[in-house]
Design a protein around this ligand. Sequence first.
Ligand code: CDP
Length: 212
Amino acid sequence: MKHLIIAIDGPAAAGKGTLARQLAETLELPYLDTGLLYRAVARRVLNAGGNPEIDGPEHAQQLLPEDLHRDDLRVPEVDRAASLVARDAEVRSALLERQRIFGRARGAVVDGRDIGTVVFPDAHAKFFITASPEVRAQRRYEQRHGSACADSNALAKEIAALNARDEQDASRATAPLRPAEDAVKIVTDHLDAASVLAKVCQILQERGLIRI
Ligand code: CDP
């Protein structure tokens, strides 16, 4: 299982992070959440009073390890700003080598938008995780508020925000959100986290990549 690289891509709040974290734990591989890099760049831009559409590159160059450990990276204003800084080709290239160095050191489970297409096109296995906007919005709401959303207006707002971000991520010129040709697509509307993990492990086992 040495230096195995597993790419997990998909739209916002599809459950990539949960799967990637659990898979990394199961396989005893390091886990890299690449969304955190873009979020940390966005946070720096916002805190400096900058414009996420313009000022991403200087902050991506200056990104420090401690920027990734802030507790204010998963808030709505950073969701929006991260997607804006992520459109910038200079930001993406500043972050690319960090991701590759991390993955190559000991192998990794890596989640993001362009892992199977750009960051690790030679990954040993690639998965593209999706779910309907309604399911993803409900999951994101629960993640943030700790309970299911019963307010249809709040849910509609969450759906609109996710759709806007996906549209922005999928339409950018550099490394857009899209499945790699050789990615296994998994729709998770009717699957809980344990079932998705089991499915992925089964595929890896069938391919002779892991032994469980
Ligand atoms: O957790 P969630 O799916 O909502 O988002 P995330 O994975 O933390 O990513 C935040 C934003 O970073 C995304 O909307 C993308 O714009 C950007 N991103 C990217 O462009 N490429 C990646 N490999 C990972 C994230």
